[in-house]
Design a protein around this ligand. Structure first.
Ligand SMILES: *Cc1c(COP(=O)(O)O)cnc(C)c1O
Length: 390
């Protein structure tokens, strides 16, 4: 049929490739999918596993990422989100009602703490923070209205590692929904669902993506019912991932095992060298026997991760000087990319806090966080060593 140019310009169709199977996942940058019959369309709108109908509900590229990460975490299914905070807000809003009580580890990602404060302020959700040293803390914090236990596998910036199997067992015994932010460990170092978590989440902006080029998140549910609930609410809230962002994360995930090996190996070398340096008073990395959670980490983690923190003898001024002195290592707020980054909370994210308030936050005035990248470790050490001389 001969259409008008206005019509022809609109009705472009992708080439059909009946006998070709692309090795990479194509980017389905499509928001809307056509159907032959209204019953099939109606059916597809109601289920995550139906035909693709609308990309806020599901998208083929995004689905490829969800299937891959669900398999890596050992879950029933996953829901990709626009960011880590999108994942966190989606699981909390879909699990909590006003008046519910949450037990959470006190050392959490700042955005998560801000979300809990907001839920408390505007929706009357009650929060109890526990130190995360002893699983008996869960039973001690329980209230009749406790609904959810929220943990991080490796916590920022002092690399605290909770005894996940024990804490999750305590949470399950109390009938709580258990949620673990596994961003720092990744499924290569720990699979919290295997230890009894109901939901695992990631900021895919960090290690899953791994290249500092995409903002994303993902939720993985152990069970079908929870998966359907998370899918439904993420779709309703509209925190879904964009197909191109999902594609970038998927591309990152393909090299995640290789990258994690190098992050961990480099961190092991740098942790030792930093600890031996006279300008450094302490190194916080779970692989060190001096780390308070080393025993737990050895049991719970397959390796000790690429995040470490160290305290400078010279305090806040020394942290500031190191931030300015690094050349190869970048000064940046985020982490988990192929390139190494440092952040000195005392002169950036936490600069408004005095030394006592910093200590309350579990951070020293001279504490520096190092996200160890996959560069050659000798180049990293040369840069850190020259920056420590300043
Ligand atoms: C960055 C981060 C988040 C938030 O993720 P965004 O992608 O920035 O929204 C959540 N948890 C942890 C542990 C993080 O490091």
């Amino acid at each position: 049929m001969n259409h008008h140019p206005e019509t022809t310009a609109v009705h472009v169709s992708a080439p059909q490739l009946p006998h070709s199977r692309p090795i990479s996942v194509p980017i389905y940058q499509a928001s809307n999918f056509a159907f032959d019959d209204p019953d099939a369309l109606a059916e597809a709108l109601g289920r995550p596993e139906g035909e693709f109908v609308y990309s806020r509900y599901a998208n083929p590229t995004t689905r490829a990422l969800e299937t891959t990460v669900a398999a890596l975490e050992g879950g029933f299914g996953a829901v990709a989100t626009a960011s880590g905070m999108g994942a966190i807000n989606s699981v909390l809003l879909s699990s909590l009602r006003s008046g519910d009580h949450v037990i959470a580890q006190n050392c959490l990602y700042g955005g998560t703490i801000a979300t809990f404060a907001d839920l408390a302020d505007r929706f009357g959700v009650q929060i109890s923070y526990i130190p995360g040293h002893d699983p008996a803390e869960v039973a001690a914090a329980l209230r009749p209205n406790t609904r959810l236990l929220y943990l991080e596998t490796i916590a920022n910036p002092m690399t605290q590692v909770v005894d996940l199997p024990a804490f999750l067992a305590a949470g399950r015994e109390a009938g709580l929904i258990t949620v673990v932010d596994n961003t720092f460990a990744t499924p290569l170092l720990c699979r919290p669902l295997e230890h009894g978590a109901d939901v695992v989440l990631h900021s895919a902006t960090k290690y899953l993506g791994g290249h500092s080029d995409v903002t994303g998140g993902i939720l993985v549910a152990a069970q079908e019912q929870r998966y359907r609930q998370l899918w439904h609410h993420t779709m309703e809230i509209g925190a879904c991932a964009d197909p191109f962002a999902a594609w970038l994360v998927l591309r990152g995930v393909q090299t995640l095992p290789l990258r994690m090996r190098q992050h961990c190996a480099n961190a092991a070398v740098l942790a030792e060298r930093l600890a031996a340096h006279p300008a450094v008073s302490a190194v916080h990395w779970p692989g060190r026997v001096e780390h308070p959670d080393h025993q737990v980490a050895s049991r719970v983690l397959a390796d000790y991760g690429g995040m470490l923190a160290f305290d400078l003898v010279g305090g806040r001024e020394a942290g500031y000087a190191l931030s300015k002195g690094v050349r190869l290592v970048r000064l940046a707020a985020s982490l988990g990319g192929v390139e190494s980054t440092v952040l000195h909370p005392g002169s950036t994210s936490h600069r408004q806090l005095d030394a006592a308030a910093l200590r309350d936050a579990g951070i020293g005035a001279g504490t520096v966080r190092l996200s160890v990248g996959i560069e050659h470790v000798e180049d990293l050490w040369a840069d850190l060593a020259q920056a420590l001389e300043n």
